[in-house]
Design a protein. Structure first.
Length: 277
């Protein structure tokens, strides 16, 4: 098998160098913008002034940012790429919710890499509605990415049966993003002090406990396991009751479900009982 050619290696090195130079310039422009916003005010600051403070031409600014409000978020595009890479390289045995939690840690690390800058940016976004709207738009991009990933880990039959699995994916993705944002805001209000990753891990543990049992096509619903019978060698299976049972007689439907039974499983069991009736 042929290895990478010298030309391929040279192209890769050149691409990395160009990406690093691009990020350096974006951060330089962002630092100039934040300093001017803090001293002159957001409304009074112009793109020309930001470019001049960074020592570049106006056209250079617009090669990197479309507007002055975009300039104080130089790392979001690169962080989104890193989060996507985490999802793409996830081992097949990893629970998809754990993968998403690892992906969003890339966002937290972006903020934690420069605590003083992150704290100042937080102050600015609280004071300037336009910057706050830009930040909300950036958060929405992460949420869409994680929702798409979780949706891809549901049993395709669930989509055809019309149950609530897609809803669970969207709610779980929102919960991951919300947990991240809650911890991040608390850390920023504390001046960027403390072990923010440890705080994030505690928040994610709550999300996994709440949503983990309902996500992942590799794990079959308990009702389906009960229908197939206990697995070979599963001594506990003989005594284990189904997660959900339902029976219909005349105009009465009786359903019994464990508190940890996924909503989609409850709905499927009720539908089967109604069809039998």
């Amino acid at each position: 098998m042929k290895g990478p050619s010298n030309q391929d290696s040279s192209d890769t090195t050149g691409n990395r160098r160009a990406a690093a130079q691009r990020l350096t310039m974006r951060r330089k422009l962002a630092a100039a913008a934040m300093e001017l916003f803090a001293t002159k005010g957001y409304e009074a600051t112009t793109v020309d002034e930001i470019a001049a403070a960074a020592g570049v031409a106006r056209r250079t600014f617009f090669r990197h940012f479309r507007s002055k409000e975009e300039a104080i978020f130089p790392d979001h595009d690169d962080t989104l790429v890193r989060a996507e890479a985490v999802l793409a390289a996830a081992p097949p045995e990893e629970h998809p919710l754990d993968t998403v939690c690892r992906g969003i840690k890339e966002v937290m690390r972006m903020y934690a890499a420069s605590p003083a800058v992150s704290v100042e940016r937080y102050r600015l976004t609280r004071e300037v509605p336009t910057l706050r709207e830009r930040e909300i738009a950036s958060v929405a991009r992460y949420e869409r990415l994680f929702t798409r990933y979780l949706l891809g880990h549901f049993d395709e039959r669930a989509h055809r049966d019309g149950d609530d699995d897609p809803l669970l994916a969207e709610v779980a993705a929102s919960a991951v993003v919300t947990a991240h944002n809650h911890v991040l805001r608390r850390w920023l209000r504390a001046g960027g002090e403390g072990d923010v990753e440890a705080q994030l891990d505690r928040a994610f543990a709550i999300v996994r406990e709440t949503f983990g049992s309902g996500i992942g096509s590799a794990v079959r619903p308990a009702a389906e396991e009960a229908a197939d019978g206990p697995a070979a060698g599963d001594s506990a299976g003989r005594d284990r009751a189904p997660a959900v049972t339902a029976s219909a007689t005349d105009e009465v439907l009786v359903t019994v479900a464990r508190t940890d039974a996924p909503l989609s499983e409850v709905i499927r069991t009720i539908e089967r009982a109604l069809k039998k009736d």
